[in-house]
Structures are given as structure tokens and as C-alpha cells.
Design a protein around this ligand. Structure first.
Ligand code: NDP
Length: 310
């Protein structure tokens, strides 16, 4: 299988690379070789390499900056996936594309105002430019008629790259007090778990004789997320408590105060509820869904073992 993988300098692309089947021929160009905002370069890359599968974790992910760089965000999050899908369709290839909880308005609740997890068929209504461009990317892939899996995930972190988890660890080593938003709810997802789960699905595709029937039966939009629910402040507390247990702080843990999002204004509006129901993906692919805290423990533990190896 020939796989074109984007975004390997990012959290998820970096985590995907070692999980891909050893038998696959993988082409994973960096931005210097393939700039996704360059449509002609992207088309040429696909027609030259002729992938059987495109895996696209690359994205414009600077959520606040996207408010003032909408054209650039649209080029990478909407136009590039549209081109990938169009070229994949011509080649009879498939695409695994990642999307986001930010396609939803984040206000799904029951009559008692308890947050309810979104299902894939719920109405989308992004609150910010990033969410709108990611939704446009999804829509273009679906409209192209290509074989696709669109995996919506949320709150991605890793011990590599730029993310909330590493930011909290850094701040915990520098400060005695942290103020973190506590009225936005969701589920953190480790890039490593997301990559492993994607590749479990990929193995199922590889083992199938009739791959076009497989895409017909299994293609579509899915929520790919760990289980459980937290808010950013509680997530920060858990990161710091576990890091302290692993001896990663080197000082007493800081005190954490929960604050409403209104006290931490950002350029882009954030959803209050990012919870995603994962029954569809776990049923279809017999995928075991771990609790988010177990993935966090694994991620922190890997930092300790890497530290001792170094
Ligand atoms: P990162 O921001 O860590 O990585 C993004 C990747 O995209 C980088 O490799 C970056 O390359 C690449 N990229 C951006 N612009 C271009 C371009 N013009 N040409 C080539 N490459 C480019 O993203 P994540 O790994 O965190 O996200 C993976 C997926 O998950 C994305 O689809 C994202 O929308 C989705 N997602 C992420 C969430 C999160 O919390 N991070 C939450 C929900 C969904 P470079 O290093 O050169 O900039």
C-alpha cells in the first residue's frame, strides 16, 4: 500500500509515522517540499506519488490567529483537503482526514442544562473561523465522492509539539499559581492513542480483499475520542498531579484556580461543550475506547522513560 502522509512535524502526524504498517511505502513530505496552500504543488505531489491512501493530519491549527488569517486557514483546512479528495477520487484512492469538535456550536444540553455528547449526525454550527474552515474541508471531501474516513477528534496533546499538556508542564515548573478555564468541557486525546486507533482501522482495511466494498461499508464521518469528561482546569490539575507523582516538576506543584472563559478572552470563541459520543466508531471497528486519564498516564510515563534513556 502506498501512503501519502501529511503533517509529520505536527503532533498527530509525528505519532502516526511509527504506527504505519511496515509493508507500506510511505511518502511523508515536510512543508518545504509540499506546501499545502500551494494547490499546483499538492496536485503534482499526488499525481506523481499515486497513493492508495492519503492520511491528512496536517491543518492550520492556530485557532485564534485564524480569525485574522482566514484565507490561509481556508487554503489549508478546506481547499487542500478538497484537492486531495478530488485527486484521490481520480486515482481510486482513499483518504483518512482528521477534523474537530469545533464543527459544533458546543451548546448541546438536556432539559436540565446538563451537557450532552454530540453524535455524528448532529447539526454543525462552528463558532470560529478555524471550525468553519475544518467543516468546509469535511464537506469538500464528502462532495468529491472519494472513499473517505473523516475522524473528528478533540483536545489533542502529546509529549511532542505545541499543546496544552506541555504548556501546563512548563508553567507548573515556573509558577506557584495558575488560573485555568473551568467552564469548557471535553475529552483530552493523546496523539499516540489517536495514531494507534487509526492504524487499527488501517489494518482492517489492509486485511480486506475487496477494498472498495470496505470503503462503501465503513467510510464516513466518525468521532474518534477517548472516554470521559473534564474541563481545562481539571485537566491541568490532573496533568500536574501525575507529573508530580512521576517526579517531573522539580518543585512543589502550583495551586490551580478555575476561572470562567469570560475571564480569559481569546480572539476566537470556544465551545462550552466539546463532548463527542464514540459509539459509532467503537461498534463499526470493534475499537476499544480507553479512559482519557489512562492515556494521560501513558503519555507522562513515556516522558519519564525517554528522559532516563536520554
Ligand atoms: P499540529 O498543529 O500539531 O500540526 C499541524 C501540521 O500541519 C504540522 O505538521 C504543520 O507543519 C502542518 N501544516 C500546516 N500548514 C501547512 C502547510 N501550509 N503545508 C504543509 N504542512 C502544513 O496539529 P495536530 O497534530 O494537533 O492536529 C492534527 C489534526 O487534528 C488536525 O486536522 C486538527 O485540525 C485536528 N484537531 C486538532 C486538535 C488539537 O487540539 N490540536 C483538536 C481537534 C482536532 P509545520 O510544522 O510546517 O507548521
Amino acid at each position: 500500500m502506498r501512503i501519502l502522509l501529511t503533517g509529520t512535524s505536527g503532533q498527530l502526524g509525528h505519532a502516526l509515522l511509527p504506527h504505519l504498517p511496515a509493508t507500506a511505502i510511505v511518502h511523508a513530505p515536510q512543508r518545504a517540499e509540499l506546501d499545502l496552500s500551494n494547490a499546483a504543488q499538492l496536485r503534482l505531489c499526488i499525481t506523481d506519488f499515486k497513493p492508495d491512501l492519503i492520511i491528512n493530519p496536517a491543518a492550520y491549527t492556530a485557532v485564534d490567529l485564524a480569525e485574522s488569517e482566514a484565507a490561509q486557514a481556508h487554503a489549508i483546512n478546506a481547499i487542500a483537503p478538497a484537492i486531495m479528495a478530488e485527486e484521490a477520487h481520480k486515482l481510486g484512492a482513499g483518504i483518512i482526514h482528521y477534523s474537530t469538535d469545533y464543527v459544533y456550536a458546543g451548546d448541546k444540553a438536556d432539559a436540565e442544562a446538563n451537557w450532552q455528547a454530540y453524535v455524528e449526525t448532529d447539526v454543525t454550527a462552528p463558532l470560529n473561523v478555524y471550525g468553519k474552515t475544518k467543516l468546509a474541508g469535511e464537506q469538500a471531501i464528502i462532495a468529491s465522492g472519494c472513499q473517505h474516513l473523516i475522524l473528528r477528534t478533540s483536545w489533542v496533546y502529546s509529549n511532542f509539539g505545541k499543546n496544552f499538556f506541555l504548556t501546563m508542564l512548563k508553567l507548573a515548573r515556573e509558577r506557584d499559581q495558575l488560573r485555568v478555564v473551568n467552564d469548557q468541557w471535553g475529552t483530552p486525546n493523546s496523539a499516540d492513542w489517536l495514531a494507534g486507533a487509526t492504524c487499527e482501522i488501517l489494518v482492517q482495511l489492509q486485511q480486506t480483499q475487496d477494498q472498495s466494498s470496505w470503503w462503501q461499508e465503513f467510510g464516513g464521518v466518525y468521532h474518534l475520542s477517548a472516554a470521559g469528561k473534564t474541563n481545562w482546569s481539571a485537566f491541568a490539575s490532573r496533568i500536574i498531579a501525575l507529573a508530580d507523582e512521576e517526579g517531573l516538576l522539580g518543585k512543589p506543584a502550583p495551586a490551580i484556580t478555575g476561572i470562567p472563559g469570560s475571564e480569559y478572552p481569546t480572539a476566537a470563541a470556544r465551545p462550552h461543550n466539546s463532548l463527542m459520543n464514540t459509539r459509532k466508531i467503537s461498534d463499526k471497528f470493534k475499537l476499544a475506547i480507553p479512559d482519557w486519564e489512562d492515556c494521560l498516564r501513558t503519555c507522562l510515563h513515556s516522558m519519564v522513560t525517554q528522559h532516563y534513556k536520554a
